[in-house]
Design a protein around this ligand. Structure first.
Ligand code: HEM
Length: 399
């Protein structure tokens, strides 16, 4: 059986069930296949992905951008930004730096900012209901997530609006969504402009020159890494959790309900599709042999649909008793924005539910925008519906 992630995406752009089934079939009994376009192994089984995420036999894949004649200076600079980011760095001091990530995003106790909570509440209250169609993805979900992240990083709303297009260009690059060299150049340019803006605003007088570059580069990583994924997880909920069937037409706005929705959504269609590593030692995956230097992509999306681990993997079930979800990676190197992401998604759901509002997508007009590394949407036309609600404990600061 041969194929690539891109061919599976092209065959099933709107159908996650078909897409993951095609990937799992390519993995076959070995739970791994060679992707000729990515020039690397794609690991699809849950047990193998879980053990690879923690394996010392795999290191971080360093990114090296393709050279383009006439743009060497720009590309070299963008390369140096990416290489300074902990995501692509295996050295011991990268591990140290990872532990010093911005507190406002890793703090477990912070709930939705009162300002953004009331802003979303007002938006929902003012939004026309009934048959009025709007793009819920770019008008509601993406701005909410973006505001939450930028506020935590100390970026004002005016600045956020002006840098938002630059951030989204970088997101497209990281998610593997660029179709051509021109797109890549635009992203590289956006990254370097963001760097210049960040460098003029972040306080770095207390660190040495080489530390300064790493600090700014990592700030950008924090800014960009979580911009698309929570918005896509929210869209997945509205697309795949039919409120009328599973909830008897009622919403229960408890924190527990919202957290369970967030976790099942990220299992159902992993927003970050895979984690790239490089083999340091020889590895065996059933009957396949991975050699030192080979690129390895741990496919979280396929692992989250492994039928040997998840009962009825293609169904959106919020009451799963076992959920070894590996959507955020595992161990030391797993996503540091994990709890912030889950809380942001849960906040949105609780605010919407408390307002008795629910986004009802018009699925036939949905425009997907999936990359090999990250899922996303171009737009999600939807209407806003009013639903009866049972409010339990809200757990938001502006109650
Ligand atoms: C649905 C939401 C999210 C998902 C599914 C997700 C998933 C992931 C995954 C799989 C990784 C790679 C882990 C590894 O290499 O083993 C990662 C890394 C990272 N994520 Fe997230 N993430 C999400 C949201 C966020 C948010 C909201 C932020 C910050 C605001 C964030 C910041 C980061 C950073 C900085 C890294 C790189 C860490 C490092 O290796 O140095 N993520 N994320």
């Amino acid at each position: 059986m041969s194929g690539t992630i891109k061919s599976c995406l092209a065959a099933y752009p709107r159908n996650p069930k078909g897409f993951y089934a095609a990937l799992i079939e390519l993995g076959g009994d070995s739970h791994v296949f060679w992707d000729e376009q990515l020039e690397g192994w794609i690991v699809t089984g849950h047990p193998e992905c879980s053990s690879f995420l923690r394996s010392p036999a795999l290191g971080r894949q360093r990114l090296r951008l393709p050279r383009i004649s006439g743009a060497e200076g720009l590309i070299d600079f963008a390369d140096s930004i990416l290489l300074a980011q902990t995501m692509f760095d295996d050295s011991p001091d990268a591990a140290e730096l990872r532990r010093e990530m911005p507190q406002p995003l890793t703090d477990m106790d912070v709930h939705g900012s009162p300002c953004h909570v009331s802003q979303l509440t007002d938006t929902l209250a003012a939004a026309p209901r009934g048959d009025h169609v709007f793009d819920a993805y770019s008008e509601m979900l993406q701005p909410f997530v973006s505001r939450m992240i930028c506020e935590r990083l100390g970026i004002s709303e005016t600045d956020r609006l002006s840098i938002y297009p630059l951030i989204m260009r970088c997101v497209r690059f990281l998610d593997g969504k660029l179709a051509d060299m021109m797109g890549m150049l635009e992203s590289v340019h956006a990254l370097t402009v963001l760097y210049t803006i960040a460098a003029s605003r972040i306080e770095t007088s207390h660190v040495m020159e080489d530390q300064r570059h790493r600090l700014i580069s990592n700030f950008l990583q924090w800014l960009v890494a979580g911009h698309e994924s929570p918005a896509f997880a929210l869209a997945t909920i509205f697309l795949h959790w039919p409120i009328n069937e599973q909830s008897n037409g009622r919403l229960t706005a408890s924190r527990g309900w919202a957290m369970k929705m967030a976790l099942e959504s990220m299992r159902f269609d992993a927003p970050v599709q895979m984690v790239g590593r490089v083999a340091i030692d020889r590895l065996k995956v059933r009957d396949a042999t991975i050699r030192p230097g080979d690129r390895v992509f741990i496919h979280l999306g396929a692992a989250n649909r492994d039928p040997d681990i998840f009962d009825r993997p293609d169904e959106f079930l919020i009451d799963r008793s076992t959920s070894p979800v590996i959507t955020f990676g595992l161990g030391e190197s797993s996503c540091p924005g994990r709890s912030f992401a889950v809380r942001t998604i849960a906040d949105f759901l609780q605010i919407a539910a408390a307002a008795g509002s629910w986004i009802q997508p018009i699925s036939e007009t949905l425009e997907p925008d999936h990359g090999v590394a990250g899922r996303g949407l171009k737009c999600m036309p939807a209407t806003l519906r009013r639903w009866p609600i049972t409010v339990e404990h809200m757990g938001l600061r502006n109650e």
